[in-house]
Design a protein around this ligand. Structure first.
Ligand code: MG
Length: 364
């Protein structure tokens, strides 16, 4: 391509959005900021589209759709959190755009619909684990995959088996040992629900069965994930935790952007540990598999109930251990549905209402 790739960023003021701007700034010959959405805070950028506000506000949704379907736009980075990223992602894919996806909820809620809209192009993952797997799969055939191995840091509580999860404070939950991220995903890391959502995300992104996806605790967060092939070979992708790398991989594909992150000094890495996941203490991954197997609106219920329960926890309304419990209650109470967009959105609304109405009783 002779001209730079025109990049639109949904959620430019968040952590991923800011780092995406950084990657664009450092590669002016290859990447150009075409448009962005920003919340209350201004990015003070100039671009064809500068959209302020939030999903659901007057004009916002229409302007976002105009930006992501604009013929001059090449690539859309989706980095607004949660369920409201779904509609603009589908609009961009339907318009034939490349999508770099940081918002895993989009694939959790509506993976089949989204992958159908993406078609042969597929989706460029920005989630670090999925970026690692994507990179391991370049040049490989689908039938060569035995299983995908997602690594999890374990969050702040995994290494403290005696800690009472009923008594965990918001400050403790937000104190992630390896990654600096927004509050929602940081709490999801502490409950391991982040990994549950990532199992569903990997299932859709790479077209493997749920049983072909394993989760291991890897406290150092150096091996970002691995693929095991049918011949027994293991490929992993390594490096210091730095989200600019998966962002640069997604924006530069199929090329690699020079010096996207500082090189990793192998002699400084020390030991690498891998541990089986204790699903009794952290049932999130099991719940996510169950939701994905049940299909229809169940993954949307898992996701929405989790989002509401995390909000309730951050606001002091429920205990930390109440988050996963709320998700389990909502899934058990859900009547089921098929996987049309309308029914998925209905399941999402139902689960949010369920958790709100019941959050008094969910106080554990
Ligand atoms: Mg991740």
């Amino acid at each position: 391509m002779t001209r730079p790739v025109n990049v639109a960023i949904l959620g430019a003021t968040g952590s991923i959005g800011q780092q995406t701007l950084d990657v664009i700034d450092r590669n002016p010959a290859r990447l150009r900021l075409f448009g962005l959405t920003e919340g209350r805070r201004s990015t003070k950028r100039s671009a064809e589209y500068l959209i302020q506000g939030q999903a659901g506000e007057p004009d916002f949704d229409a302007r976002v759709e105009a930006m992501v379907t604009d013929p001059r736009c090449d690539l859309v980075v989706v980095a607004i959190p949660g369920a409201r990223a779904l509609a603009p992602t589908l609009a961009a894919l339907t318009a034939g755009k490349e999508v770099a996806l940081a918002t895993k909820e989009v694939l959790v809620m509506a993976g089949a619909l989204v992958m159908r809209a993406a078609g042969e192009r597929g989706i460029r993952p920005v989630d670090s684990e999925h970026s690692a797997i994507w990179q391991c799969l370049w040049g490989e055939r689908r039938e060569s995959i035995r299983r995908l191995i997602l690594t999890a840091s374990g969050g702040p509580f995994w290494a403290h088996p005696d800690l009472d999860l009923d008594q965990v404070t918001v400050e403790q939950a937000l104190n992630h040992p390896r990654w600096s991220m927004g509050p929602k995903v940081t709490v999801d890391s502490a409950t391991l629900m982040n990994k549950g959502l990532e199992v569903i995300e990997a299932h859709h992104l790479f077209g493997v069965t749920l049983d072909q996806i394993a989760v291991f605790i890897h406290p150092q967060s150096v091996v970002h994930s691995l693929v095991e092939f049918v011949d027994g070979s293991l490929k992993g992708q390594l490096g210091h935790p730095d989200m600019r790398l998966p962002i640069a991989v997604a924006l530069g594909y199929p090329d690699r952007l020079v010096d996207a992150v500082p090189p990793t000094a192998l002699e400084e890495l020390g030991g690498l540990e891998f541990h089986a996941l204790d699903e009794g203490r952290f049932p999130s991954v099991r719940l996510a598999r169950e939701a994905a197997k049940a299909g229809g609106g169940h993954p949307a219920v898992l996701n929405a109930a989790n989002e509401e329960a995390v909000n309730a926890f951050l606001a002091g309304g429920i205990a930390f251990s109440g988050i996963v419990w709320a998700v389990e209650r909502a899934m058990a109470a859900f009547g089921g549905s098929r996987d049309s967009l309308q029914e998925i959105l209905e399941a999402d609304r139902w689960a949010r209402e369920y958790v709100k109405v019941n959050s008094g009783r969910l106080r554990t």
